[in-house]
Ligand binder design. Sequence first.
Ligand SMILES: *[C@@H]1O[C@H](CO)[C@@H](O)[C@H](O)[C@H]1NC(C)=O
Ligand SMILES: *[C@@H]1O[C@H](CO)[C@@H](O)[C@H](O)[C@H]1NC(C)=O
Length: 451
Amino acid sequence: MALCNFFLLLLIVSSLSLSVQGNRNFNKLKPSLKYSFSFPLTSHRLSHPDSPATLLPSLVSATRRKPNPNPGSLNKPSAYKSSFKYSVALIVSLPIGTPPQSQSMVLDTGSQLSWIQCHNKTVAKLPPASFDPSLSSTFSVLPCNHPLCKPRIPDFTLPTDCDQNRLCHYSYFYADGTLAEGNLVREKITFSRLQSTPPLILGCARDTGAAEGILGMNLGRLSFSSQAKISKFSYCVPLRRKLAKVPPVGTFYLGENPYSGGFRYVDLLTFDRSQSQQMPNFDAAAYTVVMEGIRIGGKRLNISRAVFRPDPSGAGQTMIDSGTEYTFLMEDAYVKVREEIVRLVGPSKVKQGYVYGGALDLCFNGDPVAMGRPIGDVVLEMEKGVEIVVEKEKVFTDVGSGVHCLSIGRSQLLGVESNIIGNVHQQNLWVEFDLVNRRVGFGRAECNMSA
Ligand SMILES: *[C@@H]1O[C@H](CO)[C@@H](O)[C@H](O)[C@H]1NC(C)=O
Ligand SMILES: *[C@@H]1O[C@H](CO)[C@@H](O)[C@H](O)[C@H]1NC(C)=O
């Protein structure tokens, strides 16, 4: 049923002007050709009874614990220690396999390898609607002798080994210590009877208790966008509404976005491989933009622009990440933001010594509407005059028990050396990742298509 609706939607919305027959043609898909597929996108808090810490592959902490054998490598995995990675996640359902099975996946512009939750007949309790490989004619496993299965290949950080069935096995730990594991496989993403990707390398997770997989969309060569040679993609995150009876539904586009005429673009900041290899703190696969400054209620904070740009070690890059909930700033910028917010709201309302989730350390007792009034909008200024406006209603986040925290946290507490613009500040905004022209576009929008 859900699948039927999906195809109906696809028929209505897609303005496909490209005929793709089989893999060969798709492989040769020229970025200049216009194609457009749209999918519903919802944002919801991931809460799994079996793995409460959410889907957090703590790869960064894993590599931190061990000295990095290749410190300049391109492959800083982008997962953080905090459970804010994927806490409120953007979810899309993609039709996977032949015939297609609809699979929910976390849309993550900050990670590389995609994976799906695979059905394991030996485990009685299954996550709902996990992928059943035995029903797909295009499913295949990656054998051990595949180059990707060698541990420590340069841009692939998943620890892999060869299992007793000579299959490429990977495993990693969630933030809460839960082991996630599975095999690397190849499978197609099927858009319609005639349109599908070539078989892409994906992780096929054994029952982890999680309902969603991950759609890795960063610039790394194994991401979904890279493997499928997607020219551009975009999304519109609907405004979260706590008491909504029907969850708000936004949109995810692969290919052309019919609304892009009104978008304003900033260039992606890129370094060549040899440069970025000298920058141990730089995530070369992230969508890095140039931020210029921050205004609060019309006042430009005195923050050096250098704080938003990678230094010679790569620390300080500013990235757009759909997989992180809140926005995080490097120390010198955070301190200025904090100071101004405290000054405007009033120091007496600060909940002293309180830190939410280990990363939001400016929290208040009080009515968020009253607190927002003296603050006004917070504006993240990008290059070329492009701005992300955080309306005063979104400046604070309700963490329960009458406590509201600034929705901007300290990168240091998260254990990262970058500025991250999270999905809470991408609500009611088109964000387009134009991979051919290496730029990111923004356009204000009303994203709730279900209204
Ligand atoms: C299914 O799960 C069991 C127990 O976790 C595991 O031993 C087995 O290898 C899994 N089978 C597949 C096909 O993943
Ligand atoms: C801005 O900050 C710099 C360095 O922190 C300081 O030297 C300068 O005086 C400040 N400017 C204003 C107008 O406060």
